[in-house]
Design a binder for this molecule. Structure first.
Ligand code: GUN
Length: 281
């Protein structure tokens, strides 16, 4: 069993980005909207801000109260769309229930949509065109490539069908010529599907969802879950201690997919800065 180390790879990617930023004399700018006081969301945003600082990016976080209005968020996005110092716009999800999230995501200028959540970029991804790709699944593809794992023709089973992880993950794998199956909360007999996975990718947020008897010998596992146990430990969706014995490769949690997500956010923001700079010439 070999660990797929996202910590080391993300550090390498971040260093390359910091180097490129210095050479290009660009200051990519990222604006983040954080609504409410969810500790997990606040922690993610803080990690994103720190990564921006390390890479020499400009970043600004707009913290808004839980009871913020739709109009107030929309007006902030309109300002960000027009601000030439902002290349990337990120709305930390989830948003409170009074907010129409779809409308918010559709308002972000697609050329600044570094999360890849605008339907324009979703459409480009599903048709295999260049665009902004959601950071977590993009990070997974980089991690697989780093370890020379070719998904072409492999049975890839994605557990979780969210717009943030599962659906774009499946699209990327399909674009890379994998055979893709998507399982979700209504899937009958999950084990029947996971057992024939060459590569199993799981991102649902359920501790120990994937157990030893649900995978075949030699499977490659990408654990995209991030959960906190009652005693405060960070774990994924896979029963790591027991399942890892059967794996050829597996991502640890923490230190697997998580740091790759942040590295991909920097990469997408640099890409946006380059596009915006060209448009201005
Ligand atoms: N909430 C959980 N994951 C993400 C993510 O990747 N991006 C944003 N914007 N919000 C999230």
């Amino acid at each position: 069993m070999q660990l797929l180390d996202g910590k080391i790879l993300s550090q390498k990617i971040e260093q390359n980005i910091a180097h490129e930023v210095k050479q290009l004399k660009l200051v990519p700018g990222l604006a983040v909207i954080l609504v409410g006081h969810d500790p997990a969301s606040a922690a993610y945003v803080n990690m994103k801000k720190k990564a921006c600082d390390r890479a020499g990016f400009y970043s600004v976080t707009h913290e808004m109260p839980e009871d913020i209005s739709q109009d107030a968020i929309e007006n902030t996005i309109i300002m960000m769309n027009q601000n030439p110092n902002i290349n990337g716009i990120l709305i930390q999800l989830p948003l409170p229930s009074q907010i129409d999230t779809t409308k918010i995501l559709e308002l972000v200028d697609p050329s600044k949509d570094v999360d890849g959540f605008h339907p324009y970029n979703v459409g480009r991804l599903t048709t295999g065109l260049d665009g902004f790709v959601p950071c977590t699944p993009l990070g997974v593809m980089h991690l697989l490539a780093e370890y020379d794992i070719d998904v072409k023709g492999k049975n890839c089973v994605v557990v979780g069908a969210s717009n943030i992880v599962g659906k774009p993950m499946a699209a990327l794998l399909l674009n890379a010529n994998a055979t893709v199956e998507i399982c979700h909360i209504f899937t009958d007999d999950l084990k029947k599907h996971t057992l024939h996975a060459d590569i199993l990718l799981v991102g649902v947020g359920v501790i120990n969802l994937i157990k030893e008897d649900m995978v075949k010998e030699g499977v490659i596992i990408i654990d995209i879950g991030i959960n906190r146990t009652l005693d405060g430990k960070l774990v994924g969706d896979v029963d790591f201690d027991n399942v890892s014995k059967k794996c050829s490769y597996i991502t640890p949690v923490p230190g697997g997919v998580g740091p790759m997500t942040i590295a991909m956010l920097l990469s997408n923001t640099l890409k946006a800065a380059k596009i915006n700079a060209k448009e201005r010439i």
